[in-house]
Design a protein around this ligand. Structure first.
Ligand code: IVH
Length: 683
C-alpha cells in the first residue's frame, strides 16, 4: 500500500472505529461484533505503525493507554469546580423552591438529573479536540489525569460537528458500572489484594493509577452534566446537554424538565425505588434551574450555586434473619463480633455478614438467637445492622453474649478501661494473631513481599512451616515445592486452590530475600508494635538510629521525641520487654535485615526549618511532593491543614482562597515560594 492509500485507509478506519465506539459505549447499540471491531482496530494499529507520519494523539488506537504518569500535574481550573448544597429532606427542598421563587419572581423551570456516584471530572476541548482532563481537587486546582481519562471509550477525543465553540469545558462524573466493579474485585481477591469498598472508590483509585494501560482495562465510564464556555450554543442547561449528546458525548437519558416542585418529587420518588435497576450507583437526584440568566440572577454562596441542590437518598434498608454471631480475632488480638445472616439483596448486592463492632454495640442491640435484624447500606460496601425487629423475636430465644475467653485459643479476654474493644492477650500463641502479624509483616508498606499473601501464609502456618515472621527467612525450596491448599472465601463462599509450583516457590524465596533490602523504618513498622504506624516508625528511626537504642530507651527518652505520646511509649516498652519479641528481633538481625539507619538516610540538608510547621497551597515551580521533601529535609514539618500551631502558609501561584482566609483569621504569616527558599539559605 502506498502512502496516499494508507493515509486514506487510516482516516477511514479512525472514523469507522470512533463511530462503533460511539454506538457501543454511548448508545449501547453496537452494530458489529466484537470480533469485527477488533479486526478494524488491529488493522489501524498495524497501519499506524507502518506509517508513523500519520500519528495522531487522538486516534482511537491511543485509547489502549500505555502512557505512564509519575506525578499528576496540578492544574488550575479556569472556572472553579464547586460542589452542590445537599439535603435528605423534602421540607428543605420546599424551602429551596420558595427561595428560588422569591428571588426570581418570574416563571422558571427545573431540570432534574440523576446524581451519579463517582468522581467529578472537567474535560477541556479546543478546536474540537480533547485537550485535558482535570479532577476536582480542592475546587480551585486539580490533578491532570488526561492520559487516564483518554482511555474511557465513551468520551470523544475529536468532535467533527461544524458548530462547536472554539473552546469549551464539559464536566461530568467518572464512574465504574457495578458489573465492572464486581469483576475487578473478583480479580483483586484472587490475587489476595484488598478489594475496593465500593464502585466510587474503585473509580477514584483507577483514575489515579500511573499506568494508563491498566486504567484502560478498568471499565470506567462517564456521564456529562455541565457545559461551560464563553460562547455556548444555547442559553439554557437542558438544550446544551442535548447539544452535547448530539456531538457524541454520553449524557443521561433520564434528565427531565420540571415545571413544578410536585413534578420534582415525582422524579425523586420514582428514582428512589428504581435506582436498583440501574447498572451503576446513584446516590440522589440533582435539581438545577434551567435558564442561565436566571442561574446568574441567583448566584452563588462561597461553596455552591444557589440555583441548584442535590437531594440524597437515604441508605437502603432490609430485614433478615440472624444465623449466628462469630467473634473474629485480628492481628492485634482485638475481638470483633460479626453477624452471619440469611442472604438478602440490598442495593444490588447480596448481604450475608455485618460487623457488630464491639460488646457495647451488641449490648445496645440486645441481640437474641434467631432474631430478625434491620440491615442498612450507605456509601460503603460493608452493611450495618441498625436494629432488631422485636416483634418477630421467638419465645424463649436466648440473648447473644460476648465471650469471656478467646474463641481461638481460650485465653481470658481483657478490656482496658476507656477502650471499646476486648483483646486476647496471648499475642504470640493465638493463631489469628500470629497469622495477622505475618500478613502485616509482608504488607506493601512493611516488607513488601508481594509473592506471599493471606492464602499462602495460611498454608505455611497450617503446615507448621512458620510460627512467626522470622521463620519466613528459614524457608527452603524443598519445604515449599508441591504444597497445596483449598481456600473458601468467607464472603463469596467461592473455592480456590492454592498450589506451590516451581515458579511460585522461586517467587516466594526471591521476595523474601529481596525484603532484606528494606530500610530500617520499614522493618520497625513491619514488627507490628501497637501504635507504631509508618509515621511513628519513621520518627523513632530518625531519632534513635538503631534498634538497640530503641530497645534500651526509657519511657522518658521515648516521650521526649516529637509526637511520641504516652500510649506509643508504653506500647514500645511493653513490646521489647517481652523475651519472645526480643528473640524474633535477634533472629531477623541474624538474617541480615536492616536494624540501623543507613548513612544516606540520615542526610539532612540543614536545620533552618527545625520545629517549624508549614502548610502549602497553590502551584509551585517544583511539584508539591518536592516542596514537602524540601521542608522535611530542612527539619520542618509539612501539615495538611492550618491550625493555630501552624507557623507559615507557603502560597504558590493561585493558592486556595479558603486557606488564605483561614491563615488571615489565625494570624499565620503567608509567604511566597521565593521567601521560603530564602529561609533555607539562612542556615
Ligand atoms: S452539577 C455547580 N450534576 O455531585 C454544580 N453534579 O455535590 C456542579 N454529581 O461535584 C455539579 N451527578 O461530582 C452535577 N447530575 C449531576 C451530578 C453531579 C453527580 C456530583 C459532582 C459534584 C457533586 C456535588
Amino acid at each position: 500500500m502506498d502512502e496516499a492509500a494508507a493515509n486514506k485507509r487510516i482516516h477511514w478506519l479512525r472514523r469507522e472505529i470512533n463511530d462503533h465506539n460511539y454506538k457501543y459505549y454511548v448508545l449501547a447499540q453496537p452494530d458489529i461484533s466484537d470480533y469485527e471491531f477488533d479486526k478494524l482496530m488491529e488493522e489501524l494499529i498495524q497501519l499506524e505503525k507502518k506509517f508513523p507520519q500519520f500519528y495522531d494523539a487522538h486516534s482511537p488506537s491511543q485509547r489502549v493507554g500505555g502512557q505512564i504518569t509519575k506525578n499528576f500535574k496540578t492544574v488550575q481550573h479556569k472556572y472553579p469546580m464547586l460542589s452542590l448544597g445537599n439535603t435528605y429532606s423534602k421540607e428543605e427542598l420546599k424551602a429551596f423552591d420558595k427561595r428560588v421563587q422569591k428571588n426570581l419572581n418570574a416563571e422558571f423551570e427545573y431540570v432534574c438529573e440523576l446524581k451519579f456516584d463517582g468522581v467529578a471530572i472537567s474535560v477541556t476541548y479546543a478546536n474540537g479536540v480533547f485537550e485535558k482532563a482535570v479532577t476536582r481537587g480542592d475546587g480551585v486546582a486539580g490533578d491532570d489525569v488526561t492520559n487516564n481519562v483518554k482511555t474511557i471509550k465513551s468520551i470523544p477525543l475529536k468532535i467533527t460537528a461544524a458548530d462547536i465553540p472554539e473552546t469549551f469545558e464539559v464536566r461530568g462524573e467518572i464512574f465504574m458500572p457495578r458489573k465492572g466493579f464486581e469483576k475487578l474485585n473478583d480479580i483483586k481477591s484472587a490475587k489476595n489484594e484488598t478489594p475496593f469498598a465500593n464502585p466510587r472508590n474503585a473509580a477514584a483509585g483507577s483514575l489515579k493509577l500511573q499506568d494508563s494501560s491498566v486504567v484502560a482495562k478498568r471499565h470506567l465510564d462517564c456521564f456529562f452534566y455541565v457545559m461551560i464556555g464563553d460562547s455556548l450554543p444555547h442559553n439554557n442547561h437542558y438544550d446544551n446537554m442535548r447539544q452535547l449528546r448530539f456531538w457524541g458525548f454520553k449524557v443521561s437519558d433520564f434528565m427531565v424538565k420540571c415545571k413544578s416542585l410536585d413534578a420534582v418529587f415525582d422524579y425523586i420518588n420514582y428514582w428512589d425505588t428504581k435506582r436498583i435497576d440501574l447498572p451503576f450507583d446513584i446516590d440522589g437526584v440533582v435539581i438545577k434551574l434551567n435558564d442561565y440568566a436566571q442561574q446568574k440572577q441567583l448566584g452563588y454562596t462561597s461553596k455552591s450555586p444557589r440555583w441548584a441542590i442535590s437531594y440524597k437518598f437515604k441508605a437502603a434498608e432490609v430485614s433478615t434473619r440472624l444465623i449466628s454471631v462469630v467473634f473474629q480475632v485480628g492481628r492485634t488480638g482485638a475481638v470483633t463480633p460479626v453477624a452471619n445472616m440469611a442472604p438478602v439483596q440490598l442495593s444490588g448486592t447480596t448481604v450475608r455478614r455485618a460487623t457488630l463492632h464491639n460488646a457495647e454495640f451488641m449490648q445496645k442491640l440486645q441481640l437474641h438467637e434467631d432474631d430478625y435484624v434491620f440491615v442498612e447500606k450507605g456509601g460503603e460496601i460493608i452493611p450495618k445492622i441498625i436494629g432488631v425487629d422485636i416483634e418477630k423475636r421467638t419465645l424463649n430465644s436466648k440473648a447473644v453474649s460476648f465471650p469471656e475467653k478467646c474463641p481461638e485459643c481460650q485465653t481470658y479476654l481483657v478490656k482496658k478501661e476507656g477502650e471499646a474493644l476486648h483483646y486476647c492477650p496471648n499475642e504470640n500463641g493465638c493463631p489469628p494473631q500470629i497469622k495477622g502479624k505475618i500478613e502485616h509483616f509482608i504488607s506493601r508498606k512493611a516488607m513488601n513481599i508481594q509473592s506471599l499473601g493471606e492464602g499462602k501464609i495460611d498454608l505455611l502456618y497450617s503446615k507448621g512451616l512458620i510460627g512467626n515472621f522470622s521463620d519466613l527467612y528459614f524457608l527452603t525450596y524443598e519445604q515449599l515445592y508441591g504444597l497445596e491448599n483449598v481456600i473458601i472465601d468467607s464472603n463469596s463462599g467461592k473455592k480456590r486452590i492454592i498450589k506451590f509450583h516451581d515458579k511460585t516457590v522461586q517467587n516466594i524465596l526471591k521476595g523474601v530475600a529481596q525484603s532484606k533490602e528494606k530500610p530500617f523504618e520499614c522493618v520497625l513498622y513491619a514488627l507490628g508494635i501497637r501504635y507504631v504506624g509508618e509515621t511513628v516508625a519513621k520518627k523513632l528511626v530518625l531519632h534513635f538510629k538503631s534498634i538497640d537504642n530503641i530497645i534500651e530507651a526509657s519511657y522518658d527518652m521515648l516521650i521526649a521525641v516529637d509526637d511520641i505520646g504516652v500510649a506509643i511509649a508504653q506500647s514500645v516498652i511493653s513490646y521489647f520487654s517481652n523475651p519472645q519479641n526480643l528473640k524474633i528481633v535477634e533472629e531477623l538481625k541474624s538474617h541480615g535485615l536492616n536494624f540501623c539507619i543507613k548513612e544516606n538516610e540520615q542526610k539532612r540538608s540543614g536545620d533552618a526549618l527545625s520545629d517549624k510547621s508549614f502548610v502549602i497551597s497553590g502551584i509551585f515551580s517544583v511539584t508539591r511532593d518536592e516542596m514537602k521533601s524540601l521542608i522535611e529535609s530542612y527539619g520542618g514539618k509539612n501539615v495538611s491543614s492550618l491550625s493555630s500551631k501552624t507557623n507559615y502558609l507557603i502560597a504558590g501561584e493561585k493558592p486556595g482562597p479558603h486557606k488564605l482566609e483561614k491563615a488571615k483569621a489565625l494570624n499565620i504569616p503567608v509567604i511566597s515560594e521565593k521567601t521560603f527558599k530564602e529561609m533555607l539559605k539562612n542556615t
